[in-house]
Design a protein around this ligand. Structure first.
Ligand code: ATP
Ligand code: MG
Length: 404
């Protein structure tokens, strides 16, 4: 039976025996196989032949203390084979006692756990890597969160900056368009002065002649005539300068007056190009800057005039209507100058959109007009066009006092 037990153990385990000093007295085939040494090489050698240099001395001290105390020692041990490779064995060392109770020898029974230990190590390594990755990930999330937070904080500031920049740009465009009008006005004045200047010249020449002839009556008549001409010329300047006076801020004004001012300024142009303007007014007053509203009407009239000329329309008519509707002042400016193509209708309010030659238009007129209606008057400016006609509609909300 004992023999059979021994065989069973030897076949399934790595078995060795040493004397009390640790000198090998027996090894089975399994021991030779795993260590790479032959029986001859092992027998008579100290058991530390398979000792791995990594294993600390303290471990062996504990082993010897345990077995010398006649106790069983159990542990997983790292060993080195003959070819230098590492193997791990689960080890049980049992002291064998004689009948006097003294230690006779030690039997060590082991089994190979190299594979398991390797798996365990690689698992541990992976775990460590994962941990590092996790920490790294946490750090990266933190950094991104911080970045986002900062972005969020500066975003509002940047939006404000952009808004400010935009507002400044619009202010510049506003003045650009006013100055464009100014240039045109000056050309108007110069033109309007040409005729009375010639007349004045002639009158002065006649005056000199009358003075020479001592014809007092004639001198006086010619003098009055000259004065009238000069007054007329001075009035022309007066007409235009009003439009360029510094804005006094928002005031209530009658739409009719503001529109008549525009018609007055463009009187000569409209007459020259044979454009008839039909007006119908309800008495409506609104709150805002009258010069700005005049400018809107001038822009619309000039556009109509340009379209009449461009399209060579024969019977030229512009209708201007002022009325009240649902708490709004409604101003309609309509011409029969040919209409606007559908695909252009969406673009005409964009800054710098023009179909005219650069010397003829900057494309700011309608953009400015819309700005004035929306920002200056809290209202709107829209266009519609059909059958050769174009209709611009301005809506301005009435103050409660105007709704009566
Ligand atoms: N009454 C109209 N009839 C036909 N086309 C029009 C009319 N009003 C405007 N348009 C079109 O809209 C475009 C834009 O008009 P807008 O007044 O903004 O600029 P512009 O007249 O070209 O130049 P600017 O007014 O700056 O001198 C014009 O070029 C023209 O093609
Ligand atoms: Mg224009």
């Amino acid at each position: 039976m004992l023999q059979q037990y021994q065989e069973a153990i030897e076949n399934s385990n790595i078995v060795s025996k040493t004397d009390v000093n640790g000198i090998i007295t027996f090894v089975n085939d399994e021991f030779c196989k795993i260590s790479g040494y032959s029986k001859e090489e092992l027998l008579g050698k100290n058991h530390n032949i398979v000792r791995h240099p990594d294993v600390p001395a303290s471990k062996f001290k504990l082993l010897w203390q345990t077995i010398k105390a006649k106790k069983i020692y159990k542990s997983t041990v790292k060993n080195r084979a003959k070819n230098g490779s590492t193997f791990y064995v689960n080890t049980t060392v049992i002291p064998i006692l004689n009948e006097k109770g003294e230690i006779e020898e030690f039997i060590a029974i082991r089994y190979d756990v190299t594979q398991e230990i390797f798996y365990k190590h690689s698992l541990e390594k992976k775990e460590r890597e994962l941990e590092v990755l996790n920490i790294d990930l946490e750090k990266r999330v933190e950094a991104k969160t911080k970045e986002l937070k900062e972005l969020n904080e500066t975003l509002e500031m940047r939006v404000q900056e952009e808004i400010k920049k935009n507002e400044e740009k619009q202010k510049v465009m506003f003045w650009q368009s006013r100055f464009a009008s100014l240039g045109e006005m000056l050309a108007n004045i110069a033109h309007q002065w040409r005729q009375p200047l010639t007349e004045l010249n002639l009158t002065l020449f006649s005056l000199k002649k009358a003075a020479f002839n001592q014809d007092i009556g004639e001198v006086e008549m010619l003098y009055d005539e000259s004065k009238a001409l000069i007054k007329n010329m001075s009035n022309t300047i007066e007409d235009f300068s009003n439009f360029f006076k510094p804005d006094k801020g928002k005031q209530h004004f009658m739409l009719r007056e503001s529109i008549e001012e525009a018609l007055h300024i463009l009187k000569r142009v409209l007459k020259k190009d044979m454009i008839q303007v039909k007006t119908s007014y309800e008495d409506v007053s609104v709150l805002g800057i009258t010069n700005e509203f005049t400018q809107v009407i001038i822009n619309l009239l000039k556009n109509s005039r340009d379209a009449f000329v461009e399209n060579g329309v024969l019977i030229r008519e512009i209708k201007i209507e002022v009325s009240k509707e649902n708490g709004n002042a409604l101003i309609i400016v309509e011409d029969n100058a040919g209409g606007i193509k559908e695909k252009e209708r969406y673009k005409i309010f964009e800054p710098y959109f023009t179909t005219k030659h650069t010397s003829q238009g900057t494309g700011l007129g309608l953009f400015m007009s819309k700005m004035i209606c929306e920002k200056g008057f809290n209202g709107s400016l829209d266009v519609s066009s059909k059958k050769g006609t174009t209709r611009f509609t301005i809506k301005i909300p009435l103050e409660s006092e105007n709704e009566k």
